[in-house]
Write a protein that binds this ligand. Sequence first.
Ligand code: AMP
Length: 280
Amino acid sequence: MKILHFKSELRFLLKEARIKRNKIGFVPTMGALHPGHISLIERAKSENDLVVCSIFVNPTQFDNPEDLKKYPRTLEQDCFLLQEAACDVVFAPSAQEMYPQLPELSINFGNLETVMEGAFRKGHFNGVGIVVAKLFHIVQPDNAYFGLKDLQQVAVLNRLVRDLDFDLNLIACPTKREIDGLAMSSRNVRLSKEARMIAPNIYKSLNMAKNALLAGKSSSEVKDDILLFYEDLPEFKLEYFEITDFENLQNIVDFRPGKKTALCVVAYLDGVRLIDNLVF
Ligand code: AMP
């Protein structure tokens, strides 16, 4: 496995691969890798000749400087896990390498950025869009892999690929969970032992909401139930719970079974921001 830190060396290596008509799979990450990330690498391995994983904690997508500072950085351990998963290339650039100057361009994702993550994390999707577009230009993958855990990110990046004509397939992969249902996340290591024990309530709330909707409760009744659920768990600070259309992530006021729906939640626990969703 090659570990590269500079765009020029990565471009050189991939040019050679393209001449050999190797299919390139790409998995962008911010590191602190866990089995959720590795499931993306494995999928990419099974569908491509060469797999590139990028590790870059992108400062421009953090609206909270404290969150950026506290984001776990474990490059050595990440490379160990990637090597085990037979990843071919790790691209771990510095911030200076990615941003010799801060981009002046900005991207507006329309109605996708007025809701949920877009509404609560100002500038987040602009930061994500710019860094992913840069990485797509550098790697020029045939296939790029993203987790449905970040459902809104997948929607935003589908729009990026469509509107800017990126010549690649964006492949959305299922959320990998711990046995107790907690969605795997790099942030989970920051939870105290006590917080980790109650963290699966997030997934529990999503399932409760799904069952209530399918049993005939209205969207507003279910939203009220979920508010009460979190009121009974004062360790959590609920940021949002939304019942949305899977395609455009806009609020569903009148839930009807049969239409693909995404339940999306963000809650703080122990000061750690946890995100999850359930699609049905
Ligand atoms: P991150 O390093 O958190 O930016 O994540 C990098 C990629 O891994 C993103 O496409 C995430 O959606 C994906 N990912 C993160 N956690 C999981 C998980 N538990 N299951 C599947 N994919 C995940």
